[in-house]
Write a protein that binds this ligand. Structure first.
Ligand code: KG4
Ligand code: ZN
Length: 360
């Protein structure tokens, strides 16, 4: 534990190509030496979602550029590294393969240890990278591709308490934006529109609140927005600005309500001292405020890493690689890319397919 470790991390599981260098000091404190993220929003903009083939090609073209940039920005060379961590799943398989092949090539050429990292473990261990918090803690992961409550007991010890049985919340925000003619990514657009809206005017369901447990569902909510929009349009022949704002506010309130209630239950049943959030949806002001209230009620610390570390990045992969390496050692060159890779191997797989392919 007293050794200092410097890892290169590589991430390419969805629509961000990323590379980063992270150093863990002998005291256990992490320093992000560099973090490079190249997004692909513009490449997919015309298609209303991530196109796996386009994503895979872009990752293949950019991953080595990102690695070079991350090394240059850190002032280090490959000779200064102790290992290479790469997202080996879950995600869109073409993209994951690009990263894994790049990491294997670097490992074969340098002899550096290769560590395959679960993308979700990257998110789940981020609170240790940013704030050095101790196990156990609860993690709410809410992004465009994922939605789960995790109890984190160790670098490789996760219990999935519940998750979305259909769409991820970010996916629902994106689809609602599309339904209402707002730009992508939908989350920030819906949030901005909701500011001028009345969240109480249009009633929307609160899916799965009537059922025990922590599972969530967002697909029906999105359909309810579509029906409400059609109802308003049938009456008026079009959608007024105020109607759109009211629909956004009602949708955002419904998502916040279910996330707050399920979080309250999870904290009540699994007493821990920290709730951490990750994923792009954790940037939503109303959702964040509601989660903060729930945590304050239960005397739990609310931890939201800075946004660039909440969304997809490679620093979290480098860090998760260091933690995994210290616990279990390295992988070898037979490491394979896995489209589906649940963190909690004992819980049944969630149904359906998300922005990142099969749900974990
Ligand atoms: O974690 P992330 O950057 O990427 C992956 O999904 O991998 O999350 C992106 C998602 C998008 O669906 C986006 O619409 C949503 O996060 N998002 C938001 C907000 N900012 C981003 N959703 C709600 N409110 C926001 N302010
Ligand atoms: Zn992610």
């Amino acid at each position: 534990m007293s050794q200092s470790l410097t890892f290169l991390g590589i991430e390419s599981s969805c629509d961000d190509t990323a590379a980063a260098l992270v150093q863990r000091g002998p005291d256990g404190v992490a320093v992000i030496l560099s973090s490079v993220v190249q997004g692909q929003t513009a490449l997919h903009a015309d298609f209303g979602g991530v196109v796996p083939e386009i994503a895979a090609r872009a990752h293949a073209e950019r991953v080595d550029i990102c690695v070079r940039e991350a090394l240059a920005a850190s002032g280090k060379t490959l000779a200064d590294l102790d290992g290479i961590a790469v997202t080996a799943g879950p995600g869109l398989i073409g993209g994951v393969l690009s990263g894994v092949m790049c990491a294997k090539g670097l490992s074969a050429a340098t002899g550096l240890p290769l560590v395959g990292v679960n993308h979700l473990a990257g998110h789940a261990l981020t609170p240790r990278l940013t704030d050095g918090i101790a196990f156990p803690y609860l993690m709410l992961l809410v992004s465009g591709g994922h939605c789960q409550f995790l109890r984190v007991d160790g670098p490789e010890d996760y219990t999935r308490l519940g998750g979305s049985i259909d769409d991820a919340p970010g996916e629902a925000f994106d689809k609602v934006a599309k339904i209402l003619g707002l730009p992508q990514p939908g989350g920030p657009a819906v949030q901005a529109e909701a500011e001028a809206g009345d969240a109480k005017r249009i009633p929307l369901p609160r899916p799965l609140l009537d059922r025990p447990g922590y599972d969530l569902s967002f697909s029906g909510l999105k359909t309810a927005v579509l029906r409400a929009r059609d109802g308003l349009m049938a009456g008026l022949g079009g959608l007024r600005r105020q109607d759109r704002a009211d629909l956004c506010a009602a949708f955002q309130r419904a998502v916040a309500d279910v996330l707050a209630e399920k979080t309250r239950r999870a904290l009540r049943d699994h007493p821990v001292s920290v709730l951490a959030v990750a994923g792009g949806v954790a940037a939503n002001r109303e959702i964040r405020a509601r989660l903060e209230v729930v945590c304050a009620e239960q005397g739990v610390r609310f931890l939201a890493p800075p946004l660039p570390l909440c969304t997809d990045n490679a620093a979290m992969i480098a860090w998760a690689g260091i933690e995994r390496f210290q616990q279990s050692g390295a992988d070898d060159l037979t490491l394979s890319a896995r489209p589906r890779w649940p963190l909690d191997q004992t819980s049944p797989a969630l149904l359906g397919s998300g922005k990142k392919g099969a749900k974990a």
